[in-house]
Design a binder for this molecule. Structure first.
Ligand SMILES: Nc1nc2c(ncn2[C@@H]2O[C@H](COP(=O)(O)OP(=O)(O)OP(=O)(O)O)[C@@H](O)[C@H]2O)c(=O)[nH]1
Ligand SMILES: [Mg+2]
Length: 225
C-alpha cells in the first residue's frame, strides 16, 4: 500500500514538473492556454466552434482535444481550418501535462496566440491535473440540473471562469439560474460566470472579449522590459 501511494505521488510530482515547464514556455511565447472542463456533452466543442469562428480572423488559434476514443472533436475543429490534435486516452478520464507536451512535440499547433485544451468529458478527474494552462474554464449546461455546483464543488471552486451553456433551452427546463449563480459565487467568489448559447450566439461575444483581454494581459506580462 505504501509503495502504491509513493509511486502515485511520484507520478503526480513528475506531471506537475512538466506542467511548470509548459507554463514557462507558454509565458515565453505569450500563448494564452485555456483548459476547458465539463461533463460529457455539455457543449465544449460547440462552444469552441462558435469561438473559433469569431476569433480566427485576428488571432492564431490551435486546439488539443482529449477524448477516450474517436477523432471526431478534432475533425470538427479542423473543418474550420484550425489546427487541432486529438489525444486518445484509451480509457483514462483526464489529460495530463506529459500528454500535452507530447502533443506539442508532434503536432504543428504552435506558434499560436491562444491554445484551447478540451479535456476529457468529466467533472471530477481533470480538476486536479495542471496542464500548464493560464486558467480552467468549467462548463455547466442547463440540461444537467441546477444542483451540480454543490455536488461537484472542486471544479467550480478551481475554475476562474464558469460558462453556463445552452441557455436557449432555459424556457423548457426547471433550472434555477439564480440559485446556480449563488452556488458558484459561494464556491469561488472571484470567478467570472458567463451565460452562453452556441445556438443563438448569446454570450459568445462576452466570452471572446474575456479571452482577448486575457491574451492582452499575458502579452504585456511576457513583453521584454
Ligand atoms: N440547444 C443547444 N444545444 C447545444 C448547445 N451547445 C451544444 N449543444 C448540443 O449539445 C450536444 C453536445 O455538444 P458538444 O459540443 O459535442 O459537447 P461536448 O461537451 O464537446 O461533448 P464531449 O466532447 O463528448 O464531452 C450537441 O448535440 C450540440 O449540438 C447550445 O448552446 N444549445
Ligand atoms: Mg467535445
Amino acid at each position: 500500500m505504501t509503495q502504491v501511494v509513493t509511486v502515485r505521488r511520484r507520478a503526480l510530482e513528475a506531471s506537475e514538473e512538466r506542467a511548470q515547464a509548459l507554463r514557462r514556455s507558454f509565458a515565453d511565447s505569450g500563448t494564452l492556454v485555456v483548459n476547458i472542463i465539463s461533463s460529457p456533452g455539455s457543449g465544449k466543442t460547440t462552444l469552441l466552434e462558435a469561438t473559433l469562428r469569431r476569433l480566427t480572423a485576428g488571432h492564431r488559434c490551435a486546439v488539443i482535444e482529449g477524448d477516450v476514443a474517436t477523432e471526431r472533436d478534432a475533425d470538427r475543429i479542423r473543418a474550420l481550418g484550425v489546427p487541432a490534435h486529438q489525444i486518445l486516452t484509451g480509457g483514462a478520464c483526464h489529460l495530463d501535462a506529459r500528454q500535452i507536451e507530447a502533443a506539442l512535440g508532434t503536432a504543428r499547433l504552435l506558434p499560436a496566440d491562444i491554445l484551447f485544451i478540451e479535456n476529457v468529458g468529466n467533472l471530477i478527474c481533470p480538476t486536479t491535473y495542471d496542464l500548464g494552462e493560464d486558467f480552467k474554464v468549467a462548463l455547466l449546461s442547463v440540461t444537467e440540473g441546477d444542483d451540480k455546483p454543490f455536488k461537484y464543488p472542486a471544479i467550480f471552486a478551481r475554475a476562474e471562469v464558469t460558462v453556463i451553456s445552452k441557455i436557449d433551452l432555459l424556457p423548457h427546463l426547471p433550472f434555477d439560474l439564480a440559485a446556480v449563480e449563488e452556488q458558484l459565487c459561494s464556491l469561488n467568489p472571484h470567478a467570472t460566470v458567463l451565460r452562453t448559447s452556441a445556438t443563438t450566439g448569446a454570450g459568445i461575444d462576452a466570452w471572446c472579449e474575456l479571452l482577448t483581454e486575457r491574451l492582452g494581459k499575458k502579452r504585456l506580462a511576457s513583453a521584454p522590459v
